[in-house]
Ligand binder design. Structure first.
Ligand code: PMP
Length: 357
């Protein structure tokens, strides 16, 4: 449904209609100019050729130093979405299942469906403050479970896992010999500090991206931190699919990391203001929601709402949102993305509130 709404929004825009797009996690800010200049400089210096399948040594080394691993553990990929697809393929092509904590980001399920991978869901709910039931997790994992996919901070709730809960999840996974694939693409912009699964021992895969932190969604660059065996397999898969992320894009990413503190600080401040504004407006309504611990999204609930119908009807009022069913069994919820300027968020939310009356 997330992609259907996006498609319909683009169609309406192509007919010349102005839509307030609160439906998609694509930052409205431009990519910082220093990053663009770094790419341009690299292009001018001939960095426009085939290169290493695993990524450039300089970028891998820089990322390795950030995550306290060796450069051989880091693989550069064309956006983090590729990680879910390729790793599910590599770890599950001979059978087995993956457990996904919900609400989840839509692409995990879509990748699993394309690959024919069996998935099992563990549902968290607003009414229990999105808490993950560790006993249920333990029972859901069986002998065939290879992968546990989690997203911290979470899209769509913007909740951050408490360190103690994260530790319990890691313990269960280690006990059951299941690899955790942790999607941490919102961590560098999080309002609340959260640990990475890499801070714990065991079999962990970290997935991260330049898309959100640096407003680089269209550049298509992300990375994974994996063990050396999986790194080797991913490198071969890269070789046979996209070859390498363009070197000038990797040079731009290197510049982004050099400026991370400044850029992430500025981005975070923008999202903080937007989140505060949205929470203020929403708290004057019947909608129930948890205050975001991280940027980008709010995931309100409205009793008895059919969010799919609501999202399509709302497009007639020129506002796009994403129905909760895109993130699992959450029909009464919808997701608002704070990736628009404050005035548009305000206007969009006012229209949403009006439509709910
Ligand atoms: N993970 C999550 C949780 C996301 O929300 C998104 C984008 N919406 C991605 C990964 C994908 O990022 P990328 O652009 O790196 O493929």
């Amino acid at each position: 449904m997330l992609y259907e709404i996006s498609q319909r929004t683009m169609e309406l825009e192509s007919e010349g209609k102005k839509i307030i797009k609160l439906n998609i996690g694509d930052p409205d800010q431009p990519t910082p100019k220093e990053i663009i200049e770094a790419a341009f400089e690299a292009m001018k210096h001939g960095k426009t050729k085939y290169s290493f399948y695993a990524g450039e040594k300089t970028l891998r080394t820089k990322l390795a130093s950030i995550h306290n691993v060796s450069a051989e553990n880091v693989i550069i990929i064309p956006g983090s979405k590729w990680a879910f697809f390729s790793i599910m393929y590599l770890l599950l092509k001979n059978g087995g299942n993956a457990v996904i904590l919900t609400p989840y980001w839509t692409a995990y399920e879509m990748a699993a469906k394309i690959l024919g991978v069996e998935i099992r869901f563990l549902k968290a709910e607003f009414d229990s403050n999105w808490k993950i039931d560790i006993e249920k997790l333990r029972n859901l994992i069986d002998q065939k479970t290879r992968l546990l996919i989690l997203n911290n901070p979470n899209n769509p709730t913007s909740k951050v896992l408490e360190n103690s809960l994260l530790e319990e999840i890691v313990e269960v996974a280690n006990d059951k010999k299941v690899t955790i694939m942790s999607d941490e693409v919102y961590r560098d912009l999080s309002f609340v500090k959260t640990k990475s699964t890499l801070d714990f021992g065991g079999s962990q895969i970290l997935v991260n991206s330049f898309s959100k932190t640096f407003a680089m969604t269209g550049w298509r660059i992300g990375y994974v931190v994996v063990d050396k065996e999986l790194a080797g397999k991913m490198m071969k898969l890269n070789q046979m699919t996209f070859t390498n992320v363009p070197v000038f894009v990797q040079e731009a990413a290197l510049k982004a990391l050099e400026l991370k503190e400044k850029i992430a600080g500025e981005m975070k401040a923008i999202y903080r203001r937007r989140a505060d504004l949205a929470c203020k407006i929403l708290s004057e309504t019947e909608l129930k929601f948890t205050k975001p611990d991280a940027p980008f999204y709010i995931f309100p609930k409205y009793a008895n709402l059919d969010s799919e119908k609501f999202a399509f009807d709302l497009l007639d009022k020129r506002v796009a949102i994403t129905p909760g069913t895109s993130f699992g069994d959450y029909r009464e919820h919808f997701r608002i993305a704070l990736t628009m300027p404050e005035e548009e968020i305000k206007l969009g939310l006012e229209k949403i509130c009006e439509a709910l009356e």
